[in-house]
Unconditional design. Structure first.
Length: 324
């Protein structure tokens, strides 16, 4: 089984507690989600219509400021699993450390995968993958830099799952060119990961191939309806972006008082260096707060941002107990 955040079953098996008593900060999912609208019964009883899919695609194009071809999918994860099958396997390079599903899915499809630590080392690959901004450290690259990189690779996949609070970083406006595929997540910024909605943006031929793989009903009627409304709600997007940036600074200040050092992150999660990541995770878990640590680092811990004030109170109290 591959290691991921959101594994509350593991947390409960080790530390106990009912599901509702836990605050899951092991992911970068917004804890103040988009308010669910009242939905017509037809989204549950009828097969999704082509008109509803087209409406979502139009809303996504406007939200992402792109004229590229778009296919809605069951989360960005769905695209990550399908992209390795767009062409015969060859050499793939991934800027790492990053979200581990990219390497796992490419290897499963027969690609020769090399994980590199410098962006320049992606050049020359048949397929290159970069997460922008990156998970877990938040490092980022400007669009002009990535467009130059795309000219040196067979296909460049840019995973923008955490880009919503940083629209100036997005390559979506350039995604119609051949050999460039941009992935967007819906569930993280909008806080509705269970809806399973994401998008792949690219040139018409590549997106048509992904659409064929995904089948006639790639996402549910509820996802089509909620996604269309949320992507068109610019006021909520502006307010949420501003709040997330404020909350990131608030969490950084509290973590610093606990003796942790900020390494990086985004407006949806923060990465800290601690004296002992496992000990820090354990201390938080005893307060029913779940975090993310990494098998490749003994001292790094990632925290999502708390949502309601009650969550902030618990997190701040737990960090206060850790303070030296």
């Amino acid at each position: 089984m591959r290691d991921h955040g959101g594994n509350l079953d593991m947390a409960r098996a080790q530390f106990g507690g009912a599901m509702e008593t836990w605050i899951d900060l092991s992911t970068g999912i917004n804890r103040c989600p988009y308010p669910l609208p009242a939905l017509p019964a037809s989204v549950w009883t009828d097969l999704p219509t082509r008109a509803a899919q087209d409406a979502l695609i139009e809303a996504a194009g406007a939200a992402f400021d792109t004229q590229a071809a778009i296919v809605p999918l069951a989360g960005a994860q769905s695209a990550i699993q399908m992209i390795p099958r767009l062409r015969p396997p060859g050499t793939a390079r991934i800027l790492s450390p990053t979200y581990n599903e990219h390497a796992a899915c490419l290897r499963a499809a027969g690609w020769q995968v090399t994980e590199v630590t410098e962006r320049a080392d992606l050049e020359g690959a048949d397929l290159a993958v970069l997460v922008n901004p990156n998970n877990p450290d938040g490092r980022s690259a400007e669009p002009e830099t990535l467009l130059e990189l795309a000219r040196t690779t067979g296909t460049l996949v840019v995973d923008e799952s955490f880009a919503d609070p940083y629209p100036a970083l997005s390559l979506a406006p350039h995604a119609g060119r051949e050999g460039l595929i941009v992935l967007r997540s819906f569930g993280k910024f909008y806080g509705l990961a269970g809806l399973r909605l994401g998008f792949a943006l690219g040139a018409p031929a590549e997106i048509a191939a992904l659409r064929e793989m995904a089948g006639p009903w790639p996402v549910s009627g509820a996802a089509l309806e909620i996604g269309s409304r949320a992507l068109g709600d610019t006021a909520w997007q502006r307010e949420t972006t501003a709040r997330l940036h404020r909350d990131a600074a608030r969490l950084d200040a509290r973590a610093e008082r606990a003796g942790w050092q900020l390494v990086g992150g985004t407006a949806l999660f923060r990465l800290y260096r601690t004296p002992d990541a496992l000990a820090a995770q354990t201390a938080l878990a005893r307060a029913r707060i779940w975090s993310r640590i990494f098998p490749w680092s003994p001292d790094l811990i990632r925290l999502g941002l708390p949502g309601a004030q009650e969550e902030w109170d618990r997190v701040e109290n737990a960090l206060g107990a850790i303070a030296p």
